[in-house]
Design a protein around this ligand. Structure first.
Ligand SMILES: [Zn+2]
Length: 114
């Protein structure tokens, strides 16, 4: 494992560790970029947690070049996610919005013990 990937594995959290197990090195690198992009978003649960509004922290600034706010649907008890940006459906990698929701759901599990 190269030094750069080793650092990503140590600092990226469980999603990055799992991604390293299943993706090729090039796809793993793309995944890490998406994971880093996800840090700039917050996920807000809507209703019973089956839908999230994922919004960039600097919404007013990013709206000059991207939408900045996306809806993520959670299906099949959290086994399937879909985002309106469509990256996953077109490219096969979860987008940064889905990754933000995954991290938020994981944190809710840790804090609520559910
Ligand atoms: Zn998305």
């Amino acid at each position: 494992m190269c030094l750069q990937n080793s650092k990503k594995m140590r600092t990226g959290g469980p999603l990055v560790v799992d991604a390293h197990k299943i993706y090729t090195l090039k796809v793993f690198s793309l995944f890490c970029e998406l994971k880093e992009q996800s840090e700039f978003y917050r996920a807000i649960a809507v209703g019973n947690g089956l839908r999230y509004e994922v919004e960039h922290y600097d919404l007013n600034i990013v709206q000059y070049w991207c939408k900045g706010r996306y809806t993520v649907q959670v299906q099949q008890d959290g086994l399937l996610y879909s985002c309106e940006c469509g990256l996953y459906e077109h490219f096969g990698l979860p987008c940064c919005h889905i990754l933000r929701v995954c991290v938020s759901c994981f944190m809710r599990l840790l804090t609520c013990g559910v």
